[in-house]
Design a protein around this ligand. Sequence first.
Ligand code: BDR
Ligand code: CA
Length: 310
Amino acid sequence: MPLYLDCDTGVDDALALAYLFNAPAAELAGVGTVFGNVTSAEGAANTAALLGLAGRSDVPVAVGAHDPIAGTFGGGARHVHGHNGVGGVDLPPGHRPGAETAAEMLVRLAHEHPHTLHVLTTAPLTNIAEALRIEPDLPALVANLTVMGGAVWVPGNVTPVAEANVANDPEAARVVLRAGFRTLLVPLDVTLRHHFDDTDADLFTHAGPPLHAALGQMLRHYVGFYESIGSGRRAPLHDPLAAAIAVGEVATTQVRGTALDVLLEAEDRGRTVAVDDPGVPKVGVVVEADPAAAAVIRERIMATAPLTAA
Ligand code: BDR
Ligand code: CA
């Protein structure tokens, strides 16, 4: 399946990319970046560097939105993902992003792969909202949309009610959820239940290829953050789980037919809620994933063909 990824790389975005490099069902057609964990430009540089380490510099990278629809970029989640978004690891520079924006790339790919392009987002939905402005028929043009984001029946991770990707641009999330895509939401409700830990960091670090050594080091940083907030030495697999679900490698339990909206006001800002409103389109919400998900993701990452051995 041709797949467009929109991300804010980010340690767990990096793991999602590494998973996608070797997921047989996924043909990475392009990657767009958006502000979030770091700036859009930093996310693009991190993404291109990882593509380079995997020998996949053929995959085009496009820089997307610098700021949310309302307000400005707040500086990122560097306390979570390291000062550079990839756990402080120095990655060798990758190829340069192209001239088109992420939203332009998505619209172009949707036209090049009519009704077959899968869209996966692991970041704020600003680029998708912008793509809808350029091409209002986008929901009918693409096959489906898988969104890592939201906290539907559990508390948020950046406010008591809001998950980071939605909280970073609630207006965009609202536009996208209301646009009529065939949408599958992969929220914190499920992503907080699947983890990597120090064993995985060791495995990647000693695997040999530079890509894996970098992933091992950044995972160590990510696990350390979760320990620092009292969640134990293990890190949730938000973005790689969404990727594995998007390509159909991990079985899920979904609540279907949920009309899902995003609240914008006061302390509810960024909250994703099920509503009883015929004007709001219905989406699927993943509430459970196969307990073997982490093992599936680990296996794919380990099998990624290295460009060069260490
Ligand atoms: C999401 O927020 C980002 O920090 C992560 O990369 C993930 O996409 C989890 O809430
Ligand atoms: Ca992300």
